[in-house]
Write a new protein. Structure first.
Length: 52
């Protein structure tokens, strides 16, 4: 994870994530398991955590 992505993730965490946080695949698993249609933060997970 780059230093820039770490800074964004650590200082803006609550602005980007709500019910779940993690890599895109884990958030998709959570979405399916909880039968939600959308999860806030999916786009940020793709950007910030794609190689975490």
């Amino acid at each position: 994870m780059s230093a820039e992505n770490w800074l964004i993730l650590s200082t803006e965490f609550e602005q980007h994530f709500c019910y779940a946080a993690g890599a895109e695949q884990m958030m998709n698993n959570f979405k399916i398991h909880t039968q939600r249609q959308r999860i806030r933060g999916m786009s940020k997970a793709k950007v910030l955590l794609c190689r975490a």
